[in-house]
Design a protein around this ligand. Structure first.
Ligand SMILES: *Cc1c(COP(=O)(O)O)cnc(C)c1O
Length: 396
């Protein structure tokens, strides 16, 4: 059965009323017949029927046993770190999501959990970083914003052999393209704020585990710490997931067209898109995912912050905003937005050039998006020419 059919039909019809849309159980508690005798629900932090549908849906979609929905992607990440204890070590991909980096360094290091950052595009680097204290390997693939790809199956083997868990942040790919648990990972996390929700209208996070026993530990943490997703937002994510494969198909097709356009443009220096043959990890992307996603990054020949700022403020369809994965195309300038807190030298060394621009390709027609980018290139050229003309005049 195709993923689309599977998704549409694994969302249950309400057994009580026959409602074809999942009811929103907006309740805090559930009436019991006798102490401890209930219909499977007792208190809505512990479990809620609407949230449960979402959790089962994502677990099935990722090929895992257990799903847990959280109030944000970061609280999902937080729940996974809470599996660890003082003295444990994490090996994490070096261009990890900034919020995860902040959580690890500013919250968990003070509790004695240390993190070792490596370039995970080489599984060997991960292997070399393993110590007897390593408990968790944390990768994101593709990464943000240069879309580097790590070999999930190879790193999963290292994790197994070293008796630690592999957690993959699958936000950028989504389960419509890539299923880390089927490649040997133990845990998947999502910022459901992005592609799962898909409409830029909520903040949510998901954890899925391969094994039931690990899933029970995550569920315990979810209940004990309490950062649960509300019934209404659970319902919104379910509704988003119903169209996930369809949306992702279009995001991928348009992103490829935009990447091809950028790659041949004379004012563009580098284009980062795993679907391009020129991408350093194109082969591994081809091997482990069904498509290359909706994010495209590029740098300008005029590699200055000024040029990039002019660019990101001159588009009409692409809106200037952080986040990604929604219906409307967005763009951002990482050097001044998502990666502003990283020192310039360190940021450049990680491949985030001054002029790097990240696009989140939405569901507009690709030709309209390309026309929008083209009109910006023309505006910038005009300004450049004007500047050069004025310059010549002054010299005279
Ligand atoms: C956005 C994002 C997060 C954090 O998710 P929130 O829902 O904003 O808390 C984590 N990982 C990745 C890769 C993200 O893009």
């Amino acid at each position: 059965m195709s993923t689309t059919t599977q998704i549409i039909h694994s969302i249950p019809v309400d057994p009580l009323t026959g409602a074809i849309s999942v009811p929103i159980y907006q309740t805090s508690t559930f009436v019991q017949e006798a102490p401890g005798v209930n219909k499977g629900f007792d208190y809505a932090r512990t479990n809620n029927p609407t949230r449960q549908v979402l959790e089962n849906l994502v677990a099935e979609l990722e090929g895992g046993s257990t799903g847990a929905a959280f109030a944000s992607g970061l609280s999902a990440i937080d729940a996974v770190v809470k599996l660890l204890k003082t003295g444990d070590e994490i090996i994490a991909v070096d261009d990890i999501y900034g919020g995860a980096f902040r959580l690890f360094t500013q919250i968990y290091e003070k509790f004695g959990i240390t993190v070792n950052y490596v370039d995970a595009t080489s599984a060997e680097n991960v292997f070399n970083a393993i110590t007897p204290k390593t408990k968790l390997i944390w990768i994101e693939t593709p990464t943000n914003p240069t879309l580097k790809i790590s070999d999930i199956a190879a790193i999963a083997k290292i994790a197994k052999a070293s008796n630690c868990w592999l957690c993959v942040d699958n936000t950028f790919a989504s389960p419509a393209l890539q299923k880390p648990l089927t490649l040997g990972a133990d845990i998947v996390v999502h910022s459901a704020t992005k592609y799962l929700g898909g409409h830029s209208d909520l903040i949510a996070g998901i954890v899925v585990t391969k094994e039931k026993e690990l899933g029970e530990r995550i569920k315990f943490i979810q209940n004990a710490s309490g950062a649960i997703l509300s019934p209404f937002d659970s319902w919104l994510v379910i509704r988003g997931i119903e169209t996930l494969p369809l949306r992702i198909k279009q995001h991928c097709a348009s992103a490829q067209q935009v990447a091809d356009f950028l790659e041949q443009h004379p004012d563009v220096d580098k284009v980062y898109y795993p679907g391009l043959k020129s991408h350093i990890n194109h082969d591994i992307a081809l091997k482990q995912s069904k498509g290359f996603g909706g994010i495209v990054s590029f740098t300008l020949k005029n590699d200055t912050e000024e040029a990039a700022i002019q660019f990101v403020t001159a588009t009409k369809l692409f809106k200037l905003a952080e986040s990604l994965g929604g219906i409307k195309s967005l763009l951002c300038h990482p050097a001044n937005m998502t990666h502003k807190s990283i020192p310039a030298e360190k940021r450049r060394a990680a491949g985030v050039a001054d002029s790097l621009i990240r696009l989140s390709i939405g569901l507009e027609e690709a030709e309209d998006l390309i026309a929008d980018l083209e009109q910006v290139f023309q505006q910038l050229q005009l300004k450049q020419n004007l500047f050069e003309t004025n310059h010549t005049i002054t010299i005279k």
